[in-house]
Design a protein around this ligand. Structure first.
Ligand SMILES: [Ca+2]
Length: 231
């Protein structure tokens, strides 16, 4: 009889011990999960803290120029402008002569060769893999083109072999600063473009493109503005 009671007691103790172990294990797991998410948040906070404005146009044009490719000549020239700014007092003015359907002027770009005009503290070619570049653009009234096939902006980068990656097309919004962005990776951005073999770890150039809407024959002669290019 005593033996039987002893057995019953030890199996109750065993169950209690197992349940206590389970509770400890669950608590430990929850602690690990909590720690994992906390560290993740801390990591992204540190990563975003590193992001800063690389081209502000406050003191100079910082090497930005109009693209002169045969099929991309709608940006006639660029200049530093006090007319508008998103941050500070100055922005980059792109003087556009955009002609929808034209083989030379249906798009135009302003860009910077970072090998000659790299942002302060950035080693060029720059490893921008998994970094997101953002910029602000301003388009005055008339820049939107055909409402059903509006003109648009895209941010782009080029690697050390001049292979390109273009971010998503953003329809022009008139009379307001709009943010455009490009997540730089080795896969084609959604609604964007990437040359085969593009290397996000060796970036030597970046810029802003303005293009006429697909199939549109709208014309826009005037300025658009770029400011606060950041990553
Ligand atoms: Ca500025």
């Amino acid at each position: 009889m005593d033996r039987l009671i002893g057995k019953a007691t030890s199996s109750v103790e065993g169950a209690e011990l197992a349940s206590a172990r389970l509770r400890r294990c669950t608590a430990l797991c929850l602690l690990c999960v909590g720690l994992f998410f906390a560290l993740g948040r801390m990591g992204s906070a540190i990563a975003s803290a590193k992001s800063s404005v690389r081209y502000s146009f406050e003191n100079a044009i910082q090497g930005w120029q109009a693209q002169d490719y045969e099929d991309s000549m709608a940006c006639e020239r660029v200049g530093r402008s006090e007319e508008r700014s998103k941050e500070g007092r100055y922005s980059l003015r792109m003087v556009m002569d955009l002609v929808g359907g034209d083989s030379h002027k249906s798009k135009g770009e302003a860009w910077v060769n970072m090998r000659e005009n790299g942002p302060k503290g950035v080693k060029v070619p720059a490893n921008l893999d998994k970094r997101t570049i953002t910029a602000w653009v301003y388009a005055p009234k008339g820049a939107r083109g055909e409402p059903s096939r509006p003109n648009g902006f895209q941010l782009f980068v080029k690697d050390s072999d001049w292979r390109s990656e273009y971010g998503a097309w953003l329809n022009v919004k008139e009379g307001q600063w709009t943010r455009i962005s490009l997540p730089v990776t080795s896969s084609k951005p959604s609604k964007g473009w990437m040359d085969k073999g593009f290397d996000p770890t060796r970036i030597i150039a970046l810029g802003v493109k303005m293009g006429a809407g697909g199939g549109s024959d709208a014309k826009y002669k005037g300025a658009v503005f770029v400011d606060a290019v950041e990553w």
